[in-house]
Design a protein around this ligand. Sequence first.
Ligand SMILES: NC(=O)C1=CN([C@@H]2O[C@H](COP(=O)(O)OP(=O)(O)OC[C@H]3O[C@@H](n4cnc5c(N)ncnc54)[C@H](OP(=O)(O)O)[C@@H]3O)[C@@H](O)[C@H]2O)C=CC1
Ligand SMILES: O=C(O)[C@H](O)CS(=O)(=O)O
Length: 490
Amino acid sequence: MTQDATDLRMLLKDPSLLQTRAYVAGEWVDADDGKTFGVVNPARGDVIAEVADLSRAEVARAIAAAAQAMKGWAARTAKDRAQILRKWFDLMMENQDDLGRILTVEQGKPLAEAKGEIAYGASFIEWFGEEAKRIYGETIPGHQPDKRLTVIRQPIGVVGSITPWNFPNAMITRKCGPALAAGCGFVGRPAAETPLSALALAVLAERAGVPKGLFSIVTSSRSSDIGKEFCENPAVRKLTFTGSTEVGRILLRQAADQVLKCSMELGGNAPFIVFDDADLDAAVEGAMASKFRNNGQTCVCANRIYVQAGVYDEFARRLAAAVDKLRVGDGLEEGVTTGPLINRDAVEKVQDHIQDAVAGGATVVTGGRPRDGLFFDPTVVTGITDKMKVASEETFGPLAPLFKFTTEEEAIERANATIFGLAAYFYARDIGRVTRVQEALEYGIVGVNTGIISTEVAPFGGVKQSGLGREGSRHGIEDYLEMKYICLSV
Ligand SMILES: NC(=O)C1=CN([C@@H]2O[C@H](COP(=O)(O)OP(=O)(O)OC[C@H]3O[C@@H](n4cnc5c(N)ncnc54)[C@H](OP(=O)(O)O)[C@@H]3O)[C@@H](O)[C@H]2O)C=CC1
Ligand SMILES: O=C(O)[C@H](O)CS(=O)(=O)O
């Protein structure tokens, strides 16, 4: 499919938001060796920008600058830090349309969804600006007459951040929001596929008054090198990562040498269970929202859809009808609901899961084929069994595989039979069943009669091999603080 090359600057009200140099220690810089890497529009296949390709040396400078800048930043009052974060939030919302267009062009999601991510991402900056003012300590009754005991909480230090391509704005703000609110310095390395959204965030951080050097965005195609700098540089005291469990394991191994504190938001394999007492129309609506958000490219997407035998055929029929209404295309086009996948590997993974299922006897009810470029049919497949790849691997694409079950106990056992434990969903109306199932599911997040759970006010994170720690909520700032116990002898 030949289409005009994307001229992103023509799409923006404020073209200065489109930066291709890295933001290091308060300056916009090229790589020391002048190298760049290309950023591709997944909907059209054209290179939309050449971005500075940094090595460890530039990242080390960003870390040193963050360590220096955080001394003054941590000494400011919480209210002062909160006011600057609030200004950053305001600027993100004022520029929501431009930030959304940059995000759509580099990641692919439809503009309406991209603008939704900007609001979601901005909400973490707003939320943690408020939480900055609630970092309380405590006093403890002394264990001896001459002892006065207190506990204070202080910023952990410089934070290294590595984030994925599927939410190029919100995954960064879900980390830098609490980090800056706590008084930390922050060095963020965005995915090579989607650096432009991160650089636009840095433009607005500068305008909001975030001190030079405190916040850096280090763009690089050499992800492994940057990860090693974060894990080996003694000035880094915290590593926060969102991405696959496979890469999370690599980083945890590397972080062990320095006993580096880590937050890990990793892969998922979400079950979506429809019981025979469910509101079927609501269940279809929830399955559509959970499964096809970001074209299935989120870690909390329904990956396995279990339907009780009595309603299986009717649910499959209604879901296929809803899927057929989706409109696949360039996210900048009006009315498009489903963009491209991020790259060729992603297309091949979806195709592999479908071919594996059909080889095992499953039936494609609708969709099932790749289209031009990186586009793929939204797909529903019935007759899925636990032996198929889609039962144990995360598809990360627009495939809705329907498993049939008979009893509540069987559904819970099969839903929990995975190394992952991020999000799970189920639809039922019997209050006894709702109570039993929500407590029995081994997941960090459970959606009951809803397919969308993401909000800045609630703790987001997984159990088992889906991660360590929580992001968002009043808990999300804890990972950026250290607790100090002071024993004063009077
Ligand atoms: N739990 C959650 O919130 C999320 C989980 N994921 C999971 O990630 C997978 C797909 O996303 P994807 O981005 O491909 O995940 P990856 O884990 O491959 O990449 C995530 C980030 O890590 C970087 N990276 C890759 N290898 C290394 C390394 N050795 N050292 C340091 N950094 C590295 C990548 O850089 P680059 O891309 O430049 O190689 C990217 O910025 C799925 O399994 C999905 O479930 C994704 C998003 C959110
Ligand atoms: O990376 C992801 O998939 C996000 O964490 C999912 S969400 O927070 O946007 O729901």
